[in-house]
Design a protein around this ligand. Structure first.
Ligand code: ATP
Ligand code: MG
Length: 350
């Protein structure tokens, strides 16, 4: 990796972060933060984007900014390495969005598969779709290009946003001037990590879907959530062959269970594939597997929860981290905006 890389990651403050974010985004971002050679790395808390489908709940967005910041810091985001900032404090992003809106058709936005499925899932849009929500892929393009990001790590629901961003980049550069940088997505290696299902078996664990295990959950909550998990509905008796493919208990194990977890809690199996093979041929009960998953998740989440509790005692210093990061980010976005406006011949008084 060369040192001209600029990396942008983003999280919406719509709720505390969960194990889907952890394996689909956070863990990967912290790894990148600590190992890549880059010029800048940014971590955006996307409150303005969160308002596009939570405009009627300003308290939720406001309160979750600190929650999400705590989650990020607890999993290892380091403000010395990653510039953490609040999106709405950077008006340049809104301004860029406004200009990019001319470069995208309504039909193109309606075709975006992530946006499409989000619209279908949101009850509140059944009576009408706000322009702001349909527009959010453009605002995301503004976020990415404002910092000249060349890499955006994310789950597979982010791929259509990156594609949309690159279309805007190419169109802008060919009409006006070569100002914007194309961007690449990096998704986690495992398909399951790129989209972790919910405890209810829904294809995606999502903050808005009430099917999550949160990073801040207590040990008891984790245990009861694991116990209530959806498994294979056809695996009625222990001796029946079981399905591991659409079974969130096994999917979580494939993502989270490490060799040391097998050694400590399930020594009769060498690894995930031995365990899964036994379940598939029959003779392994759900209770035993869930007990193992509970142990794995407790081990994984305990240190994160403890660090989070410590950080939460001093919320003023968390806000200070965000304030400093926001100032740095704003300066970078302002520079890009002035190049953009100049390219668009909107520079009257210079
Ligand atoms: P919302 O419902 O408010 O959109 P969300 O749970 O989708 O919340 P985001 O803040 O939109 O969370 O997503 C942040 C990052 O986490 C994105 O990169 C996204 O791909 C990733 N992510 C979210 N949910 C999952 C999941 N279930 N599995 C893997 N990655 C996920
Ligand atoms: Mg989302």
């Amino acid at each position: 990796m060369s040192d001209d890389k600029i990396i942008l990651t983003g999280i919406r403050p719509t709720g505390s972060l969960h194990i889907g974010h952890f394996c689909g985004a956070l863990q990967n971002n912290v790894f990148i933060q600590n190992t890549y050679d880059y010029k800048y790395m940014y971590g955006m808390i996307a409150d303005a984007q969160a308002l596009t489908d939570n405009f009627d709940n300003p308290d939720k967005v406001r309160n979750n900014v600190i929650e999400v910041a705590l989650d990020m810091l607890a999993v290892g985001y380091d403000p010395e390495k990653t510039i953490l900032f609040i999106q709405s404090e950077i008006p340049e992003l809104t301004e860029l969005t406004f200009y990019y809106m001319n470069l995208v058709t309504v039909a193109r936005l309606q075709r975006n598969p992530t946006v499409k499925s989000e619209i279908e899932q949101k009850e509140k849009f059944s009576t009408g779709l706000p322009v702001g929500f349909l527009n959010y892929p453009i605002s995301q393009a503004a976020d990415i290009t404002a910092f000249k990001a060349t890499i955006v790590p994310g789950g597979d629901d982010q791929a259509p946003m990156i594609e949309q961003t690159n279309e805007i980049v190419h169109k802008f550069n060919s009409i006006y001037a070569d100002v914007l940088k194309p961007v690449k997505i990096i998704t986690p290696d495992s398909n399951h990590a790129a989209r972790l299902p919910g405890i209810d078996g829904n294809a995606k664990m999502g903050k808005s879907l009430n099917n999550c295990i949160y990073l801040k959950d207590s040990a008891d909550t984790i245990a009861s959530r694991v116990q209530s998990m959806f498994t294979d509905p056809n695996h009625l008796r222990i001796q029946d062959p079981g399905n591991t493919k659409d079974n969130p208990v096994f999917i979580y194990l494939s993502v989270f269970a490490k060799p040391e977890h097998f050694a400590a809690f399930m020594p009769e199996y060498k690894d995930y594939s031995e365990l899964a093979a036994h379940y598939e041929r029959g003779g392994l009960g759900d209770v035993k597997v869930k007990k193992f998953l509970n142990n794995v998740l407790q081990e994984t989440l305990r240190p994160i929860r403890e660090k989070r509790e410590l950080l939460a005692r001093d919320s003023a210093s968390i806000m200070e981290i965000l304030r400093i990061g926001t100032n740095k980010a704003r300066a970078a976005a302002a520079e890009t905006l002035s190049e953009v406006k100049k390219a668009m011949k909107l520079d009257y008084f210079n």
